[in-house]
Design a protein around this ligand. Sequence first.
Ligand SMILES: NC(=O)c1ccc[n+]([C@@H]2O[C@H](COP(=O)([O-])OP(=O)(O)OC[C@H]3O[C@@H](n4cnc5c(N)ncnc54)[C@H](OP(=O)(O)O)[C@@H]3O)[C@@H](O)[C@H]2O)c1
Length: 216
Amino acid sequence: MKRPYVIVNCAMSADGKIALPNGTQLRISCDEDIERMYRLRNESDAVLVGIGAVLSDNPRLTVKEKYVKNPHQPLRIVLDSKCRTPKDSLVVNQTAKTCVITAEKCDTKFEDNVEVIECAADEEGLIDLEELLDILCKRGIKTLMVEGGGTVIWSFLRSDLVDDLYIYIAPIIIGGKLTPTMTDGSGIKSEDELISLKIADIKKLGKGILVQYKRL
Ligand SMILES: NC(=O)c1ccc[n+]([C@@H]2O[C@H](COP(=O)([O-])OP(=O)(O)OC[C@H]3O[C@@H](n4cnc5c(N)ncnc54)[C@H](OP(=O)(O)O)[C@@H]3O)[C@@H](O)[C@H]2O)c1
């Protein structure tokens, strides 16, 4: 299947958590990692998040001038089967174009910079990622950066649709049994379903470590 090159980017604590125990966003990345993340966004044709991240973090998903001169604003994509993206959320602001990907008819009247694309659902009722990547490929998206949250990252990894995985590991502990992690989907059922990766690079970045994984 011809599809965009998929890069997952995530920041986690040393104990693998990506938010506070109640799901609230917190700053995990150091300044150096934030700059790297903005550069990666700038180099990507599109950036993608799930509706969970939109509702909890209200991200802009744009590239800040402070980090990149004359930034290129990638297409913003929200996986949102039931069309719950609030009209006033920052991800649909006028700074860039946005595609809201739904699995049903959407009645929300967004501004002109927002396109709603109806896509097939998978057996769990979530957006069928292969069909979505096919649609994006046909629209000229060559590089897609997936920014979370944990349910979305799990879906991409489980479907074997990840080419590069960047994890910034901060020297902090968050704790909590139910605290969101990088992969919050259903998980594997047995050892033979393990998702194996290879380490492409490891480096110290600011106070933490940046690990780049690739598909095996
Ligand atoms: N540290 C970091 O780098 C980072 C980055 C981003 C987010 N976060 C954290 O992640 C948490 C949010 O993550 P989350 O797991 O709750 O939500 P999420 O992964 O952002 O979104 C999950 C939702 O997206 C929709 N969806 C549609 N198609 C999907 C598909 N094929 N696969 C997966 N999801 C699909 C589903 O809702 P519908 O059924 O309604 O469509 C699903 O429940 C927050 O705590 C946030 O702070 C951390």
